[in-house]
Design a protein around this ligand. Structure first.
Ligand SMILES: [Fe+2]
Ligand SMILES: [Fe+2]
Length: 450
């Protein structure tokens, strides 16, 4: 069964890929479609209907998951996301012509499919009856992301206040909020990642904790972790700096460099943090380890000092990477925020010494070239912020335009999906050229996100 499903997905995928090279009638397309059809018909004897779709950010064909490393995954996943399809259901009676119609429809340029009313409409027009398309509900997820993000701020605030009062809070609320975030991340990580670029300036400590938690969750999901393993990385991210409640405020808030004595105090926060969470109810042991080691570098320098015999938790490096990325992209009293692309450049210089090079590259892959919340300049000279990155073509995301070509602030930001319509105000093509720093244009970065 598994082998048959994999083979079918492969055939389906090669037909899709060949459509960019050959006309639809070419045997390079008709042959794999015919073979895929034969296999699906055979599979119907065991399972009817058959569903191909994205569930929890994994491409599933029936119950067989395809992970990132498969080229199959990229081809089909990219097209489903691009056409905003959650799932495709094949049912008994499926004709080969119907499968051909589906392959042709999926191979359409997104803007062409949209002009025709979407893939479902294209198939209906061709009287396809045995294939059903379910669309993604993107708007709902953005609202849910916002709601859980706001709630997580309260959760972290409460945990820190309890700790400051000398009490040990339960980890249950943190667990609850992380579980919900995991769910949102698996459905659409970009909805939450966009919010990590909000960067509230006043409540840095809380916002930073939440951001690191979200980045850790998205990264853990990208690495293929699920369930408790994934949540543990998120919890560690969210609570990585709790030990700082035991550090004097003057040291934490001090702008510029610390004296040696202050530094020694500061360096205690991972040990203190691990000790705190180990006393909190329902925080998994792996999270304690990640918190303890989030300042241990790839070359095992950093702090606390790690004995040779001790193994470093592999995901403490995930926390370290997320921590570094969030700090670099945040406005601090002593530092301008950097766009994602610049932060990545800087972090690559730390690879091999401070950061694990392989994990860093995987993290960068998870973010994409222009992550949600990145400010960009377009070919039209307009300035906007990325709402939803495009997994097929990074230059054509969904973007909110804030400054028009002449340099003036628009009275109302304009939200456009460049995948669907890339025509600029004067009829020219509108694409992303590069990331940019909102500060240069006097834009408050937080104002236009979420
Ligand atoms: Fe830290
Ligand atoms: Fe931190």
């Amino acid at each position: 069964m598994k082998e048959a499903l994999t083979q079918t997905a492969k055939l389906f995928c090669s037909a899709l890929r060949n459509l960019s090279l050959y006309p639809p009638s070419h045997p390079a397309i008709s042959r794999p479609v015919q073979q895929a059809h034969e296999r699906i018909v055979a599979l119907f004897k065991e399972r009817d209907p058959l569903v191909m779709g994205i569930i929890d950010d994994v491409l599933l064909f029936d119950e067989i998951p395809f992970y990132e490393t498969d080229s199959l995954w990229k081809e089909i996943y990219g097209r489903l996301k691009g056409h905003q399809i959650e799932s495709i259901t094949f049912s008994g009676g499926l004709a080969q012509e119907e499968l051909t119609a589906l392959v042709n429809a999926l191979a359409l340029k997104i803007e062409d499919a949209v002009a025709k009313g979407g893939i479902a409409a294209v198939l209906a027009e061709q009287r396809v009856e045995h294939i059903k398309i379910k669309d993604l509900q993107e708007e709902d997820l953005r609202e849910r992301a916002r709601e859980v993000y706001d709630r997580s701020l309260t959760v972290v605030f409460d945990i820190m206040s309890e700790l400051r009062m000398g009490r040990i809070p339960s980890g249950e609320t943190a667990n609850g909020v992380i579980a919900e975030m995991s769910d949102v991340v698996l459905k659409d990580k970009d909805a939450l990642l966009a919010l990590t670029m909000l960067k509230g300036y006043d409540d840095y400590t809380y916002v930073h904790s939440i951001n690191v938690g979200i980045l850790c969750l998205a990264f853990a999901a990208h690495q293929g972790l699920r369930g408790e393993e994934m949540r543990a990385v998120g919890l560690a991210g969210m609570l990585h700096d709790v030990g700082k409640v035991r550090t004097a405020e003057e040291i934490i808030k001090k702008p510029g460099s610390l004296t040696e004595a202050e530094m020694a105090i500061m360096k205690k926060h991972p040990v203190l943090g691990a000790e705190i969470v180990s006393r909190m109810k329902s925080i998994p042991h792996s999270a304690h380890e990640m918190i303890l080691m989030h300042h241990v570098k790839y070359n095992l320098q950093g702090y606390p000092t790690i004995e040779k015999s001790r193994t470093v938790h592999p995901y403490s490096m995930a926390v370290a990477i997320a921590d570094c990325y969030d700090a670099l992209t945040t406005l601090r009293p002593y530092q301008k925020p950097r766009p994602a692309t610049e932060a990545v450049k800087l972090m690559r210089r730390l690879a091999g010494k401070d950061l694990d090079p392989d994990m860093l590259e995987s993290f960068v892959d998870m973010l994409g070239t222009y992550p949600a919340g990145t400010y960009v300049r377009l070919t039209t000279n307009e300035i906007g912020v990325i709402i939803t990155p495009n997994h097929l073509d990074v230059t054509l995301p969904k973007v909110k335009i804030i400054i028009e070509s002449g340099g003036a602030l628009l009275p109302e930001p304009l939200e456009v999906d460049l995948l669907k319509d890339a025509t600029g105000p004067g009829g020219e093509r509108r694409e992303v050229v590069a990331s940019t720093n909102p500060i240069l244009y006097g834009i408050d970065p937080a104002k236009y996100i979420g």
